[in-house]
Design a protein around this ligand. Structure first.
Ligand SMILES: CC(C)(COP(=O)(O)OP(=O)(O)OC[C@H]1O[C@@H](n2cnc3c(N)ncnc32)[C@H](O)[C@@H]1OP(=O)(O)O)[C@@H](O)C(=O)NCCC(=O)NCCS
Length: 159
């Protein structure tokens, strides 16, 4: 398995993973295009095996500088948001999710983000356990955050 920047030509292949994991709440291909288009603030990685992408993760570091003080956050740095994290179900439990999360958190640190936030479904205990292992703690809830399902989200913060 190797981690590489996610490219626009990878996007079509993500749709089956997105539907498998998130159903109707999953992102469309155009939503991913929009994310990659914001190249100054976004950082997306894909986990590749020999013949396929098995997972991906995305970070938004909106108020951060790159490796030296934030544009808004100044010397104390800014905030980053974990936009997505997904691993094909057949590859769960092999460390792919941990590797992706480690890599995007390292990039957040490189961009001087002193704090990383994320949302996760309240019923997604597997992902919550992973985030807890990486030092995230619950700081709130968002009612009916996911659409169209109407599922609630936990807000978690690291740092
Ligand atoms: C959440 C998700 C990304 C985890 O991906 P993954 O590749 O299975 O994660 P990992 O293999 O790195 O870690 C999970 C497993 O490793 C084990 N593990 C990894 N590091 C560990 C550590 N330091 N200590 C103990 N256990 C550890 C966990 O116990 C777990 O094992 P399990 O299979 O028995 O549950 C994946 O399940 C997924 O895509 N879920 C659906 C989409 C999703 O929920 N995304 C997050 C949305 S916010």
């Amino acid at each position: 398995m190797r981690l590489c920047p996610l490219r626009w030509w990878d996007l079509r292949g993500l749709q089956d993973i997105e539907r498998e994991l998130f159903g109707a709440d999953g992102w469309s291909e155009s939503a991913f295009w929009s994310e990659l288009a914001q190249s100054d603030t976004r950082y997306y990685l894909a986990a590749h095996t020999a013949d396929a992408i098995t997972g991906y993760a995305g970070l938004a570091a909106v108020d951060c500088g790159v490796g030296g003080g934030g544009a808004v956050g100044g010397a104390v740095g800014g905030e980053a948001f974990l936009q997505t994290l997904a691993v094909r179900r057949s590859s769960w439990g092999r460390g792919v999710g941990s590797a992706l999360l480690s890599a995007v958190l390292a990039e957040a640190a490189r961009r001087d983000a002193h704090r990383v936030l994320l949302e996760v479904r309240t019923d997604n205990l597997r992902a919550q356990a992973l985030y807890c292992r990486f030092g995230f703690v619950e700081i709130g809830r968002r009612h009916r955050y996911y659409q169209p399902s109407g599922a609630d989200a936990l807000v978690m913060r690291r740092g």
